[in-house]
Design a protein around this ligand. Structure first.
Ligand code: GLN
Length: 491
């Protein structure tokens, strides 16, 4: 009898499925059982799709019996609830979409279905992906499996917590300013934000269209590469998707990083950063040096403007994207209105939560006639500066290494009254979205039992290099092998 099936990685499970030591139905049941056990504490799922999962698992077992050996077949995955799933609730953890059932699948869902995904559910998130803790979910807060009194990060907090808790083998998240990497760091899992344009956004509910990307959250780097193999690639239905061939992302996982040039931008060790986090990342960088990388301190002076630029550009795009929620076409619709305008007003007043309203107001202000040049246009110019600084460094370096977040996971409720404190949680991840680059967060230690993540940033379409570095580090360390122990309150 195999134990703890729900803690297998994709590649371990695949080997067992392929050699018929395990069936997808058994594996799926193990995850569903784990969900039943820990969901009352973790609250990572908006919807658990157990019936569908078991049906897909049976089908996968039939296909495997007939010789289908695709790497993701029969493996339970979880999808952030802002990706459209046909015939199934897609709420964005918002009251506005609490009854929204899309008539189509996002491209990533189509692709994963073609690869034989078993979908165990949809994951909780900050409302419309705006937040860093899942506390902005209009439904409930997700708890960090490493310490249930703390946040799992956000906005893909449900996805990260579920993988850390062993409720799903892998998950998809979306990242606009750090929403894959920051929760991955907070939950000690691996999370990759691909280059802008690498993965199709078709069917991803838009937050800030020039920054959003979908990516994997997994138990290790190999799994991350396997999910990328499934979801990356050009899609004519997303005009920003880039027609570049997709490599086999597992090919680069050789463990050999000798001679690679790594830059460590000093501005990412920000003021107020927790000392244990800085120390852990410095130790991790030493490890990379021992593995043969050439490390040098570098500078990205415009980093200090990144937060301000992000909080002009992202809300501006959000204010335009969220104009569609008027109670007419889909989603929540306020009743008892006096006329059409009143109906729209009430729909938006009751359908959106406070953070979403704050973003819409910030964005509308930044875009308004008298202020457009002073805020939006200026932010776009600084965006170009930030991107150029990265470009220049990438002429001399293969990748950059930084902490993922300035702190370990904070307490639930600790930052909810001070939005600016919450925004600061993403200082190290936002610049990457502003410049459209790929970046990965991998486990790099613990402080008092709380996870610390290391971020590796690459040049556009150089996912292979950052995966290679992440993998070499992972293989040389033991962090990923420690699992969160959840007190299920049982005896
Ligand atoms: N935390 C950031 C925000 O609130 C980033 C969110 C994201 O990446 N979706 O906007």
């Amino acid at each position: 009898m195999l134990n703890n099936l729900n803690q297998l990685s994709i590649h371990e499970a695949h080997e067992l499925l392929k050699t018929k030591q395990l069936s997808s139905v058994e594996l799926t049941r193990a995850c569903l059982e784990r969900i039943r056990q820990v969901e009352p504490q973790v609250h990572a799922f908006v919807t658990v799709t157990d019936e569908l999962a078991l049906k897909q698992a049976e089908k996968a077992d039939e296909l495997i019996a007939r010789g289908d050996a695709s790497p993701l077949i029969g493996i339970p995955g979880l999808i952030k609830d802002n990706m459209c799933t046909r015939g199934m609730l897609t709420t964005c953890s918002s009251k506005m979409l609490q009854n929204f059932i899309p008539p189509y699948d996002a491209t990533v869902i189509e692709k994963l279905n073609e690869c034989g995904m078993v979908m165990v559910g949809k994951a909780n998130m900050d409302e419309f992906a705006m937040g860093s803790s899942t506390e902005n979910s209009a439904l409930f807060v997700t708890h960090n499996p490493w310490d249930l009194t703390r946040v799992p990060g956000g906005s893909s907090g449900g996805s990260a917590a579920a993988v850390a808790a062993g409720e799903a083998i892998y998950a998809l998240g979306s990242d606009t300013g750090g929403s894959i990497r920051q929760p991955a760091g907070f939950c000690s899992v691996t999370g990759l934000k691909p280059t802008y344009g690498r993965v199709s956004r078709y069917g991803l509910v838009a937050f800030a269209s020039s920054l959003d990307q979908i990516g994997p959250l997994t138990g290790d780097v190999t799994d991350c590469a396997l999910v990328m193999n499934a979801i990356a690639g050009y899609d004519s239905r997303d005009s920003t998707s880039v027609p570049q061939p997709t490599p086999d992302y597992t090919k680069c996982l050789t463990g050999d990083i000798k001679g690679l040039r790594l830059g460590v931008p000093k501005e990412y060790f920000v003021e107020g950063m927790q000392a244990e986090v800085a120390a852990a990342i410095k130790t991790a960088i030493k490890k990379l040096e021992e593995l043969g990388a050439r490390v040098e301190e570098v500078s990205l002076p415009s980093t200090r403007y990144a937060l301000a630029v992000y909080y002009i550009i992202a809300p501006s795009e959000a204010s335009a994207n969220l104009a569609r929620y008027d109670g007419v076409k889909y989603g929540f619709s306020a009743e008892e209105a006096e006329n059409m305008w009143d109906a729209m007003e009430r729909t938006r007043q009751f359908g959106f939560g406070p953070e979403v309203k704050r973003r819409i107001m910030l964005g509308t202000y930044a875009l308004s006639a008298g202020y457009y040049d002073a805020y939006y246009l200026k932010a776009q110019k600084v965006r170009t500066l930030i991107r150029r600084e990265f470009d220049q460094l990438f002429e001399r370096f293969d990748a950059l290494v930084t902490p993922t977040s300035p702190t370990v996971p904070f307490k639930i409720g600790e930052k909810t009254d001070t939005p600016l404190q919450m925004y600061l949680s993403d200082v190290c991840t936002l610049p990457v979205n502003i410049a459209g680059l790929p970046a990965i967060s991998i486990p790099a230690g613990f402080a008092d039992g709380l996870p610390i993540g290391m971020q590796i940033i690459g040049k556009p379409f150089a996912e292979e290099i950052i995966l290679k570095i992440a993998h070499a580090y992972e293989q040389a360390t033991e962090w990923r092998k420690t699992r969160a122990e959840i007190n299920t309150g049982g005896v």
